[in-house]
Ligand binder design. Sequence first.
Ligand SMILES: Cc1ncc(COP(=O)(O)O)c(C=O)c1O
Length: 538
Amino acid sequence: MIAGGTTDEHLGPGAHGVEIGVGVDQEGRVAAEFHRRAQQLGGGLLDELLPRSPSGKTDRARAITRNPYGNYAGPMPDSSLPQSGAAGLSAAPYSAPAVAQKRHLVTELPGPRSRELAARRDAAVASGVSSLMPVFAARAGGGIVVDVDGNHLIDLGSGIAVTTVGHAVPAVVAGVQQQIAQFSHTCFTITPYEGYVAVCEALNRLTPGDFEKRSALFNSGAEAVENAVKIARRATGRDTVVVFDHAYHGRTNLTMAMTAKNMPYKDGFGPFAGEVFRAPMSYPLRDPLGTDGAAAAARAISDIESQVGAGRVACLVLEPILGEGGFIEPATGFIPALAAWCTANEVVFVADEVQSGFARTGHFFASEHEGVVPDLVVTAKGIAGGMPLSAVTGRASIMDAAHAGGIGGTYTGNPVACAAALAAIATIEQDGLVETGRRLGERLRSFLLDLQAKFPQIADVRGRGAMQAIELNVPGSATPDAGLAARVAKHCHQHGVIALTCGTYGNVIRLLPPVTITDDLLDDALTVLAEALAEQVG
Ligand SMILES: Cc1ncc(COP(=O)(O)O)c(C=O)c1O
């Protein structure tokens, strides 16, 4: 019996026709499913993580049914709300059962408890660390974040593209709990462990390209980007890193140099690392008319060749769909042309898939939309269902160029984060979440295009899968309207929808829901977005 009183309403087809089984009276079925996943993850790793019965046998059924429903040490169910499956609430197979999948506000936002915490935050936390919404999270499940006042907010941000599989997904919770009970750290560079190897094997299998690959694990996206550059420099013996207008690669010294936007990422934080050359990006909305992908690539290549020289370039680092820069989708042909130029000039082509990767865009990796095979792929965010983990994966001949001890770090590839990644990857693969993301994208896109027909302020609808955006301009002009984007986002926040902005000009609203969000929840959030636009344009 599952503690908390929830029953097997979490079984059965989900909103996207996906079925996962984690229920009370279904232990046999649950155990079979868990075992199937464990086997698929390659051998006895998960078996090792499972609790043992007194006889020493692995108790798979107990492991899955206890987590997170039974001995779950996290926040308790919110008794002020009807639970999932109660009348009027849609059952959400990807949510922790305690979190009803419904927007529900019980106070104004921010509520009194959040305001108290905000005051403490202001006195204790450095001002440079900002928060978009002054609403403090207490727990989360599926596509809902519950704040400290009991408000249920729809999450259209996924913590910036991190909880792609959903919040508190049972498999991820179970993986983390099992691993931390075994050991939380040894340092892979001191005493290695299987989870790290299994994540690398999965990355080598999942990333584009059927050549021999290697992976290395890190903590954050920026750290992985830095390491991709180190590896490329070592492999080529060259210095220069080519990046693009509007790019975002992180906030460390080298990645600040690689990031385009000054405020808030760079201002006053220099001097920055050298040997970084910025080339023009393909930005279909703002490029001169007739600039197709080939022409935009030719423009970039011409700048690189004339101002750097191909022979000095170690790597070209590109986000296949730009993230913070405004969800810019380069014109078709731009990325393949650059990749071909890299191959011809022995330049390492690095796809920064930190935001666009891991089932976010309707492919496992956004590079796949145009069949591009990068030499190195940088991943983070959605890789581990919310735990900090990042990676560089690519051609063995390049990856193995770094000498022993040249890359790594104390916490890189932490075992708990690796367990979360294995569970997230298994969830994505077993439950067909790449396809789910593609269908979600169609739904999002059709809604946003309808919205564009009503609001001339929407200059562009773009993105793929569960990574979509609208760019807001002053109607009939190319003038960005950052004020409108900020007001629309604020309206969403006040009405219980976590919506993010982005873009070099701050005029883009981006939508990054968990791919497992229910249709009802998504529709409700989009209705709030439409209302926000209607109210704020006037
Ligand atoms: C494309 C891209 N690269 C790198 C990063 C940096 O990742 P992190 O914040 O984990 O350092 C981000 C973060 O948003 C990103 O979107």
